[in-house]
Design a protein around this ligand. Structure first.
Ligand SMILES: [Zn+2]
Length: 406
């Protein structure tokens, strides 16, 4: 997060407790103060004080709960109040930017998708500021109180200081102080995270890995990377590192990769590489239903699902390469669940068994026995990943405390 100085020890405890209470109300509400005290393991007096501050700030509200079967007076329950609090969620990908307003329940208020040229005279951060200003002018009548900004993008990022060291596709970006620029421009805290890490957090908070303590999420798109949740926490959350499986060598004689090495997983399994390979194989073989139609991820996956041998072979090949690396990760992290986030999941019936077979053959049977390979719930589109950053900042108390202080 890019915000003001770090809190002291007492403030830190207050922040952590307030965040924990808010999380319980958000996830279980309506919930009584007595239950909160028990669940948060905090004294009733502490709960009363924290809840009073949240009520005064209009972050929670009271409601009546009638216990089923009880004829007594209804108990007072607490629920979060989210609609009057908005944040801006941004997502930058190849040639495009999404801008969205969401409320604190993560519900989408409005979302725009705009072109973002890969090269331009103006530095990227200034172009982003201009687009944000336009967005706010355009949607002024919908905007409630702005709490924060969340940004997700591919690249090498210092999430703590909001600096984007490098980005794929936007080659002019070098040490871009995006967090500082946006914070100075808008006056609200800015949360920046790598898009794959943020997507992994979003699946854990709202999606397919909800409730799981240990998860590996692999993303196969223009880039190949992974997010790991271990004991309920995102691995490398605070640092600039990503689980860079895309740059693990799978073919020593393979193509040169932009990272400087040869034969990285990404040069074989990224969606663009897969389509290129399919094109080459098609030119060598006549017997495929893919002849005579445009070659796209959709047509390739559809052909594979319908049993076309060439298409099946290509998708299985991707599964085997990914599965081999996942087998090593399974032995390291012993996950309950493996999620695949990819447009290639349109051929899930071919891709997922290829990955699962490989994991079963190549990792510790005791670990691989119960693993499920599933699709992510969200796609790598829109601004859902940014919602996870704001939710996380409410739950750890850092954003919540700012809102309580007004
Ligand atoms: Zn590489």
């Amino acid at each position: 997060m890019v915000a003001d100085s770090q809190p002291g020890h007492i403030d830190q405890i207050k922040q952590t407790n307030a965040g924990a209470v808010y999380r319980l109300i958000d996830q279980l509400g309506p919930v009584s103060r007595i239950d909160l005290s028990r669940l948060a393991q905090l004294a009733p007096a502490s709960i009363t004080k924290i809840v009073r501050e949240m009520l005064e700030a209009h972050l929670v509200q009271e409601t009546e709960i009638q216990e089923p079967g009880s004829r007594g007076r209804p108990a007072v329950g607490l629920m979060v109040e989210t609609e009057a609090w908005h944040y801006l969620s941004l997502r930058i990908s190849r040639g495009e930017i999404y801008l969205a307003l969401r409320d604190l329940s993560s519900k989408l208020v409005v979302e725009d998708r705009l072109e973002l040229a890969l090269h331009a005279e103006q530095p990227l951060e200034q172009r982003i500021v201009a687009l944000i200003d336009q967005f706010f002018i355009h949607h002024q009548h919908k905007l409630e109180r702005l709490t924060s900004i969340a940004i997700t993008l591919p690249g090498i990022i210092d999430t703590e200081n909001g600096i984007v060291h490098r980005m794929p596709f936007y080659e002019d970006v070098k040490e871009m102080p995006l967090g500082e620029v946006l914070k100075n421009h808008t006056g609200v805290p800015v949360y920046i995270q790598h898009d794959i890490s943020a997507w992994t957090m979003a699946e854990a908070l709202f999606g397919a890995s909800r409730g799981a303590r240990d998860v590996i999420q692999v993303v196969i798109d223009h880039n190949v990377g992974a997010g790991v949740i271990t004991d309920g926490r995102l691995l490398h959350a605070g640092s600039s590192s990503l689980v860079e499986i895309g740059h693990t060598q799978v073919d020593p004689y393979g193509r040169r990769c932009y990272c400087g090495n040869h034969g990285c997983l990404e040069t074989i399994a990224s969606v663009d590489s897969v389509l290129e390979m399919a094109q080459v194989r098609l030119s060598q073989s006549m017997s495929s239903t893919l002849h005579g139609q445009p070659l796209t991820v959709e047509s390739l996956c559809k052909a594979a699902q319908q049993g076309d041998l060439l298409a099946k072979d290509i998708i299985t090949g991707v599964g085997t390469h990914i599965g081999r690396i996942l087998a090593i990760m399974v032995n390291l992290f012993n996950p309950q669940k493996i999620l695949i986030g990819s447009p290639l999941s349109q051929a899930a019936d071919v891709l997922f068994p290829a990955i699962a077979d490989c994991i079963r053959q190549q990792s510790l049977p005791a670990y691989s026995k119960h693993i499920a390979v599933e699709s992510t719930q969200f796609t790598n589109q829109g601004t859902m990943a940014g919602a996870a950053l704001v939710k996380d900042a409410m739950y750890n108390g850092s954003l919540l405390i700012r809102l309580l202080q007004g």
